[in-house]
Design a protein around this ligand. Structure first.
Ligand code: E4P
Length: 303
């Protein structure tokens, strides 16, 4: 039964093209939907153009199905790969491969880069990578975390994401930072409930530590999977970063479970490229080519 008197807004956009795309998708799933143009304030079929906010509405009893479909749609973005390091040479090398979307650091990773200040390291990283760079606060109290976060954020406002550990003070800090438009990455997540609280507080990212959970005999990927489902069920915009990745299989599993990001050490990235059959395949191709070149008249490929 469709109740046309009770409509729920499920999406807002200023783009007519995007509104059309979403309408088409809802139509495909037989979900009744309507476009409301804020400036005009009337409900139309999708034939109106012009400026102003466009709201996509569905009948109240269709809202969950519609949100689910929208979530699937929004997930059409590619899984991102971040590099989990503060080492500038690794970041340069990995960036040259063309597959790195961002960087995550933590106090331990920064401490490995002896001889440089935090500011020097962060400034160099943001000069290499055009994407989010997570830098962690080391304060304990929410007020101090927020103050520290603002200083870190000011180094490169369009790149810096503030890593905040999950704890009561951390949640307060995340709430305040998100209200001020500063992106946060809630770190040291070991349970789904910790992730849920961070998402509710407004974290931009949550980082379940898969490897460290595996280390104590639990299944780290379960936390990734459940947080992805939680986000999809309720339409949150937080992204799950599969963290504490120890080997290539972790990356594959994270991708299959729908993690929005996997942050990986450089050594794991290098292992992901390798396959013994690729190595032996290249060797054989080169050997056969060499033999062919020696035996052929010209000895070159093109002539
Ligand atoms: C994530 O952001 C953390 O920096 C990192 O993944 C922790 O990994 P580890 O457990 O290998 O230290």
């Amino acid at each position: 039964m469709i109740n046309y008197n009770k409509l729920n807004t499920i999406y807002k956009t200023n783009s007519f093209i995007e509104a059309n795309l979403i309408k088409g998708m809802l139509d495909n799933f037989n979900i009744p939907n309507f476009i409301e143009k804020e400036a005009i304030g009337k409900i139309f079929g999708i034939t109106v153009d012009g400026l102003g906010e466009i709201k996509i509405k569905v009948p109240y009893n269709y809202r969950w199905r519609a949100l689910k479909i929208l979530n699937i749609f929004s997930r059409r973005q590619k899984m991102k790969i971040f590099l989990d390091t503060a080492n500038v040479s690794e970041i340069k090398e990995a960036t040259n491969l063309g597959v790195i979307d961002g960087v995550t650091t933590n106090p331990t990773l920064i401490a490995k880069e002896k001889g440089s200040t935090l500011t020097e390291i962060v400034k160099e990283i943001v000069s290499i990578i055009d994407g989010p760079v997570s830098v962690e606060v080391v304060s304990i109290k929410a007020d101090d975390m927020v103050e520290e976060a603002k200083k870190l954020h000011s180094m490169a406002p369009s790149n810096i994401v503030i890593k905040v550990p999950i704890c009561e003070e951390g949640l307060k800090a995340i709430k305040r930072l998100s209200k001020e438009g500063i992106k946060t990455n809630c770190t040291l997540i070991f349970s789904v409930n910790q992730g849920i609280l961070a998402i509710k507080a407004g974290a931009t990212y949550v980082s379940p530590f898969v490897g460290r959970i595996d280390d104590i005999g639990w299944e780290g990927m379960d936390v990734v999977r459940d947080l992805v489902i939680f986000i999809e069920n309720y339409g949150f915009s937080t992204q799950v970063i599969a963290s504490s990745i120890r080997h290539p299989l972790h990356v594959t599993q994270a991708a299959i479970l729908g993690a929005h990001v996997a942050t990986i050490p450089f050594s794991v990235l290098q292992k992901m490229v390798k396959h013994p059959l690729t190595d032996s395949g290249i060797e054989k191709f080169l050997k056969d080519w060499e033999e062919f070149s020696r035996s052929s008249k010209s000895g070159t490929l093109l002539s």
